[in-house]
Design a protein around this ligand. Sequence first.
Ligand code: 5RP
Length: 228
Amino acid sequence: MSLPPPPEMDPSTSPDRQDREKDVAARAAAELVEDGMIVGLGTGSTVAFLLPALAARGLTLRCVATSPRTETTGRALGLSVESFGTLDRFDIAIDGADQIAPDGWLVKGGGAAHTREKIVAATADRFVVIADSSKTVPAISPPIPVELMQYGLAATMRRLGDVRLRDVPRSPDGGVIGDYFGPVDDVEWAAALLSATPGVVDHGLFQPSIVSDIIVAHGEVVDHRRLR
Ligand code: 5RP
């Protein structure tokens, strides 16, 4: 007989349940990949469930990773991971998210890989987001991850206002990683502001127009929304 959870733990947000949901969403996304495809691989703990699910399918794929971590893990699992190099499109890219709003806006970059992830997402014919149910939010809210140029960093931070730098290594491309805590009630405006600020390499707001599918697991149930 299994014991009930301790009273202070909400089973809907327990780490075990979140991991189970990440696995369920990741497996559903792995099924969308077909033999011969060029695949963009995201970064993070949800993608960590995708990689073995994809490898287990035994397909012949060409993969590009958005981080050294994904590249190393993917290769260790037998996936063919190559550099972005001269590739100019992906059939599909699959990645996690930190926040998913009802209108399809995303926040990404919890793992500081958002600049590469946005390039890969925008290059993919189909960009599939995978997540556990804790990632769905009624509206986008701060913090929004940012990658900043070291050159002129103080000036860029002053211009942005409320930005806090993370105590993490620079991105593989040399960028300084931080989070923007300014207003994001009007997400489109906030994304345009961040994009237009000199010294911002890129930010973690992903617009709905680049998102094709959102796959969220609620327990064992997969909610698969197609946006385009
Ligand atoms: C990394 C990301 C991740 O996809 C995002 O932070 C979600 O991570 P996780 O799957 O670990 O919850 O954007 O830069």
